[in-house]
Design a protein around this ligand. Structure first.
Ligand SMILES: NC(=O)c1ccc[n+]([C@@H]2O[C@H](COP(=O)([O-])OP(=O)(O)OC[C@H]3O[C@@H](n4cnc5c(N)ncnc54)[C@H](OP(=O)(O)O)[C@@H]3O)[C@@H](O)[C@H]2O)c1
Length: 336
């Protein structure tokens, strides 16, 4: 009988939204795993663990784990939680750190080494150690799924890995960062300057704390690295991505492009060259989406061309994380 005990590492925006989705959809989830339960959750200051399962209603109503109950082990580490014994699947949602992948990298290594399946929305560990982690997962016969790391709710990895198994992916290009797309869209539609559009994006709370992560193309480059390694069997490092951000895109350049029916978009491309740069995109191409939307265009030998459009961040990302959890449940159920 399938029985996967889940822990959630990182109780920030994604961790909390996932708990709400677990709570709202518990009946559907229990159709796959009758005994589904979340046995633990951690943040940077401590963790909760209960062998019988945490109360999802209560967990979905609190902002900090320490508000759950006196069971919160202040000062306890995520490593202790992973070691706690009865864990089968870890959802990892700690902050992205592309310098050394920590703390997520250590957590994922530890979980996989113990034979625990992993779902992550955190780009850092995959950018730093994609091959190492996927090899470790394979060696330990574990699933490592990461749909939420690239383009939020767009199911790019599931689509290519599950539905384009016989295709060779020849080229991928895409708008992979919603914040820069918002800025460029404001410049295109409202005639706003880059500086003003950035300020608006910051006021709307859609930029990273350090806006250079978005506007200098760092976030998009991380996603290019993961796409190239996961879907095109490359061995790409962050440093291999040629990167130009959007700081130097002027209102004049945007207006001039518009007159010729083009929009300037920050595009990540993987073919013979791997880069992130502002490019002219014909306004009638499916890739040319606006606002905070993301879009990914795949060119494959058999399917030829597919474009996916959707929300790249925010609550919608939980769709990807939840689906990864359910995919692992389904695969385990089918293998029994
Ligand atoms: N938000 C989105 O729309 C979105 C979309 C796609 C992908 N992602 C990625 O998903 C991940 C989580 O994003 P988020 O928005 O949920 O971030 P967040 O709100 O900043 O939450 C991060 C959580 O990780 C916890 N944490 C930090 N260090 C930890 C440690 N050593 N052990 C255990 N927990 C630790 C934090 O604890 P404290 O609460 O104690 O600080 C916090 O609860 C990030 O990698 C992000 O890039 C986010």
């Amino acid at each position: 009988m399938l029985k996967l005990n889940v822990i959630i590492v990182g109780f920030g925006f994604i961790g909390r939204e996932l708990v709400k989705a677990f709570h709202d959809k518990v009946d559907e989830i229990r159709r796959i795993d009758k005994d589904f339960k979340v046995v633990g959750a951690s943040d940077s200051k401590g963790y909760l663990y209960n062998d019988w399962g945490l109360d999802l209603k209560r967990l979905s109503s609190i902002k900090r784990l320490s508000d759950y109950s006196a069971d919160y082990r202040e000062g306890g580490s995520t490593e202790e939680l992973i070691e706690s014994g009865n864990v089968d699947l870890m959802v990892e949602a700690t902050p992205t750190n592309i310098k050394d992948g920590e703390p997520g990298l250590t957590f994922i290594r530890k979980a996989l080494s113990k034979g625990i399946h992993v779902v992550t929305s955190n780009k850092g560990p995959l950018v730093v150690a994609f091959k190492e982690l996927t090899s470790l997962a394979e060696k330990k016969d574990c699933h490592l799924l990461y749909e939420g790391t690239v383009a939020g709710a767009i199911p790019i990895f599931s689509l290519v890995k599950e539905r384009l198994r016989g295709d060779k992916i020849l080229r991928i290009s895409g708008i992979l960062n919603g914040t820069t797309n918002y800025i460029l869209s404001r410049m295109y539609f409202e005639g706003t300057s880059f500086e003003l559009a950035l300020k608006e994006a910051q006021e709307r709370g859609i930029t990273e704390r350090d806006p250079s992560y978005d506007v200098d193309g760092i976030d998009a480059a991380c996603k290019v690295v993961i796409l190239a390694n996961a879907l095109m069997n490359r061995d790409v490092k962050f440093e291999d991505v040629e990167r130009t951000g959007i700081r130097r895109v002027t209102q004049e350049a945007v207006s001039l492009a518009k007159k010729s029916n083009f929009a300037i978009k920050l595009i990540g491309t993987i073919d013979s060259q791997i880069d992130v740069a502002p490019k002219h995109v014909p306004i009638n191409q499916p890739l040319c989406v606006h606002g905070t939307l993301n879009a990914i265009h795949i060119e494959a030998d058999l399917a030829r061309e597919i474009t996916l459009i959707g929300y790249g961040a925010g609550k919608e990302t939980v769709s990807a994380v939840l689906n990864d959890v359910l995919t692992i449940m389904r695969r385990k159920a089918e293998s029994m």
